[in-house]
Design a protein around this ligand. Structure first.
Ligand code: AMP
Ligand code: ZN
Length: 127
């Protein structure tokens, strides 16, 4: 039996996904960058003076899935984060990029995102 072209969740987005709803504009956010492939917005519960989430517009569950599906896209997320760090004036002082993955990694939203954190010294090791 031929099923024709069935779009995957990754291509179609997820109607249940919080970050897909931010991409579509159904949920408001303070968007600081938007292209066809990448959106960035300020975290609603910031953990540092600069706390921005950089996400692919495609619904991909985590960074590993981005790397598998579209390696260049992972590079774009990091490049956008670096540009936004410069825009927020924290390139010189430094910043941290965090990609929480899975339960033990502290991931709570299962749409890939890079946290851009800066504007204060970061502790190590992380909690
Ligand atoms: P993680 O725990 O790595 O999955 O990160 C998810 C992040 O999304 C957390 O830092 C939340 O504060 C943030 N977040 C949740 N809901 C929203 C929202 N509506 N707008 C902006 N950031 C959000
Ligand atoms: Zn999503």
């Amino acid at each position: 039996m031929w099923w024709g072209y069935l779009p995957t969740v990754s291509e179609s987005g997820s109607t249940e996904c919080l970050f897909c709803k931010i991409v579509s504009g159904d949920i408001p956010a303070t968007v600081v960058h938007r292209t066809e492939r990448v959106v960035a917005f300020r975290d609603i519960d910031p953990k540092a003076p600069t706390h921005i989430l950089v996400i692919p517009t495609a619904h991909l569950a985590d960074a590993a899935e981005v790397a598998t599906h579209d390696p260049a896209l992972l590079g774009e997320l990091v490049a956008v984060a670096a540009d936004l760090a410069a825009a927020d004036g924290i390139s010189g002082s430094g910043y941290r990029l965090v990609l929480n993955t899975g339960r033990d990694g502290g991931q709570t939203v299962f749409h890939a995102h890079v946290h851009l954190l800066g504007g204060r010294p970061m502790g190590w090791p992380p909690g």
